[in-house]
Ligand binder design. Structure first.
Ligand code: SAM
Length: 281
């Protein structure tokens, strides 16, 4: 019989946040695959969990993934843990889960601590629709491209950020989203110095100029106003009258004109056809 892969979330700062089921599962599996074995050993020792531990992290996940799959296929039950939080969320986990699915190996995901969900629900920003964006790249160009791809995003946006990059991220965000966009910076969640800063992107930049950022951060940013985005798109669309006149000048057929105009201006084909008839005469 095949083994099972258990995804075991671990505390993001407060040991009291581990669940009974996670402890039970870690005690019953045959092997624990940990992102950093030294970090996980502290947690396992604290809860008196004595099981073989092996490493599974970003740079060994190819060969270690193969090894773990072989173990699972031969009946070994394996738990995955990372340094903190939910495996697979900006942490190793995604690849081994996919490999398990490809090999028909059962996967059980245990609920538990996750920094972004913890921060989002306490942010006061809309939680109905959101997008989790993980870490932005350290490379300025990629970071800006990532942010620009979100310039029309109307859902609440969530980012993970390291304190030494925060200043640059806030500066790029101010350029792309505008400095007056609402932001909530959730810092050191579940820890002694837990703090939520409700401000604007510019406000955050000023705050951290005066108080250098320390600890771990989740950034929650308000989505763009849907009406403003729609209006801007409308303004950016080419003028249908001018387009039709130009296509008539180029000698395009009526059917082609209607198709092109409706594609380029979001106008319905019927409306484009009526406008075409009017301008043609
Ligand atoms: N797998 C984890 C999870 O489920 O949230 C995330 C791991 S990721 C490598 C680490 C990042 O998560 C940190 O840089 C920070 O952005 C965020 N994070 C983790 N713990 C946090 C905490 N206690 N307070 C605020 N942010 C935290």
């Amino acid at each position: 019989m095949k083994g099972k892969l258990y995804l075991c979330p671990t505390p993001i700062g407060n040991l009291g946040d581990i669940t009974f089921r996670t402890i039970e599962t870690l005690k019953k599996v045959d092997l624990i695959a940990a992102e950093d074995t030294r970090v996980s050993m502290k947690l396992l020792n604290h809860f008196d969990i004595k099981k073989p531990v092996t490493s599974y992290y970003e740079h060994n996940k190819r060969e270690k993934g193969g090894y773990l799959i072989e173990k699972l296929l031969s009946g070994t039950n394996v738990a995955i843990v990372t340094d903190a939080g939910m495996p697979g969320i900006s942490d190793p986990g995604e690849d081994i889960v996919r490999q398990c699915i490809e090999n028909n190996i059962p996967v059980e995901s245990l609920p538990g601590p996750c920094a972004f969900a913890t921060a989002l629900v306490a942010s006061g920003l809309p939680t109905g629709r959101f997008t989790f964006e993980g870490f932005l790249s350290v490379n300025k160009k990629s970071r800006r491209e990532h942010l620009i791809s979100l310039s029309d995003e109307t859902r609440t946006m969530i980012f993970y950020e390291a304190p030494h990059k925060l200043k640059y991220t806030l500066s790029d965000m101010a350029e792309v989203f505008g400095g007056d966009r609402k932001i909530v910076l959730a810092r050191e969640l579940t820890k002694k110095y837990e703090e939520y800063l409700h401000t604007t992107i510019d406000g955050a930049a000023v705050h951290f100029e005066q108080t250098p950022p320390k600890g771990e951060f989740v950034l929650i940013i308000s989505g763009a106003d849907a009406e403003t985005v729609q209006k801007r798109h409308q303004e950016e669309l080419p003028d249908a009258d001018e387009l039709i006149k130009e296509y008539i000048r180029q000698g395009l057929k009526g059917k082609e004109i209607v198709k092109l105009v409706s594609e380029k201006t979001n106008m319905s084909k019927n409306d484009a056809y009526e406008l075409f008839l009017k301008l043609k005469s």
